[in-house]
Design a protein around this ligand. Structure first.
Ligand code: PLP
Length: 454
């Protein structure tokens, strides 16, 4: 690396001296120093060394409409001047949260017309857990407490969020999961399908839901939660047989279905929600990320009318956050949804950029390091392997991290989940920018292969 500017060094010193960063090895971060991102526009970031970087991850999957949209800044500024804060406790409301609730009901699947707001996706899933148990208690079935989730799913980083999630490296810290949560197999054919065909494996993984319901007893199961497509787990696109079989099982047993739409929601698949993409009929949907395009924190839980009807009979729901439905966040979310709708951004993803990205990405299949390319909408994954035919990995070489570093050094953000490279660019990415992304990705794959062979 070239020597760093004094300004970069000063900021890195502040990081060393005072900041504790999320999902980081504190000691390693001190040694290397964080990359400092100073500004952004469209799909590009700039760091404090002046490098321009194509953001293939839309921040953390969230910057749907791209960086630098003044309309969102203006909406926040206007709302801050008018009513910067008021709470929604004790029978109070304010216009932005009400208008936003209506705007979300308009785009949500049929029959999902109410929203409980939170500050994040994790809080949305905490809210879900409490609401599910409250719902069954009102119905006179207080034993229906267990939430079935999936290994390697991601549902956030609060105590409930990390427990619902199936990341064992998260469970190891803090004695998780909390009681009343159980995990079944994920539909990750490439890594876990063995000799089965993807279709067979999809049925196998889905059947685990039924087996677990029967094992625990349907009278003890409150809900099943799943991401339509697992994001943080490695952009895991289930085999075609998976969701249809899950739907059959859900139809058979009296449990709630929660779609965690934090990544898939707001256009990522080329539909408004992942549930629309797969034809799912959730009782609740967790949202965050794309809701505000990440310009300000906000999450929530969209709830089906029949569930709300039961909750209406249950007296107080003793749950809420100081910042539930924060007026500034609500005003920003409203403006974000207006832009998504009026600029037909999701239609454009569906008709133009998603098919184009998926076609271009699959060209990487000819690369010697690539075992599989998969994707839906503006989500993509590239599996790095030693042997294409057997899907054998380069054991213990940290190939994903090597590739990620080459990406950083060559002006592209791709994330590594083990040896799976993943992308989720802003929904406004153009075809030219997709070309740039794929060209850079290929170059970094070449560099990674060279590094492995040297
Ligand atoms: C990011 C994410 C969450 C957690 O959202 P936070 O806003 O980080 O709390 C929950 N579920 C899924 C699927 C996510 O990707």
């Amino acid at each position: 690396m070239t020597s760093k500017t004094p300004q970069t060094l000063e900021w890195q010193q502040l990081s060393n001296d005072h900041h504790l960063a999320p999902f980081s090895d504190f000691k390693q971060l001190k040694e290397v120093g964080p990359r400092i991102i100073t500004h952004a526009k469209g799909v590009y970031l700039w760091d404090s060394e002046g490098h321009k970087i194509l953001d293939g991850m839309a921040g953390l999957w969230c910057v749907a409409i791209g960086y630098g949209r003044d309309e969102l800044a203006d909406a926040a500024s206007k709302q801050m001047r008018e009513l910067p804060y008021y709470n929604l406790f004790f029978m109070t409301a304010h216009p932005p949260v009400l208008e936003l609730s209506k705007a979300i009901a308009d785009i949500a699947p049929e029959g999902m017309n109410h929203v409980f707001f939170t500050g994040s996706g994790s809080e949305g899933n905490d809210t879900m857990l409490r609401m599910v148990r409250h719902y069954w208690a009102i119905k006179g079935q207080p034993n229906k407490k267990v939430i079935i989730s999936r290994k390697n799913g991601y549902h956030g980083s609060t105590v409930a969020g990390a427990s619902l999630g199936g990341m064992t490296y998260m469970h190891e810290q803090g004695d998780l999961p909390i009681p009343g949560i159980t995990h079944i197999a994920q539909p990750y054919w490439f890594a876990e399908g063995g000799d089965m065909s993807p279709e067979e494996f999809g049925i196998f993984a889905a059947n685990q839901l039924e087996e677990r319901i029967l094992e625990i007893g349907v009278d003890n199961v409150g809900a099943f939660i799943a991401e339509p497509i697992q994001g943080a787990g490695g952009v895991i696109i289930p085999p075609d047989t998976y969701w249809p079989r899950i739907k059959e099982i859900l139809a058979k047993y009296d449990i709630l279905f929660v779609a965690d739409e934090v990544i898939c929601g707001f256009g990522r698949t080329g539909e408004w929600f992942g549930s629309d993409f797969y034809g799912l009929k959730p009782d609740m949907m967790t949202i965050a990320k794309g809701l505000t395009s990440g310009y300000i924190p906000m999450g929530g839980l969209i709830v089906r009318d029949e569930v709300v009807a039961v909750l209406n009979e249950g007296g107080d729901f003793n749950h809420g956050f100081t910042y539930s439905g924060h007026p500034v966040a609500a005003a920003v979310a409203l403006e974000n949804i207006r832009i998504l709708r009026e600029e037909k951004i999701i239609e454009n993803v569906h008709n133009e950029t998603a098919p184009y990205l998926q076609k271009r990405l699959r060209e990487l299949n000819d690369h010697p390091l690539v075992g599989e390319v998969r994707g839906v909408g503006l989500l993509g994954a590239i599996e790095l392997v030693q042997d294409k035919a057997t899907r054998k990995r380069y054991e213990g070489r940290g190939v994903g991290m090597i590739c990620r570093q080459f990406c950083f050094d060559n002006g592209l953000i791709m994330r590594a989940v083990g040896d799976t490279m993943i992308i989720a660019p802003p929904l406004v990415i153009s075809k030219d920018e997709i070309d740039e992304l794929v060209t850079k990705a290929r170059k970094c794959l070449d560099l990674t292969l060279e590094a492995l062979q040297s």
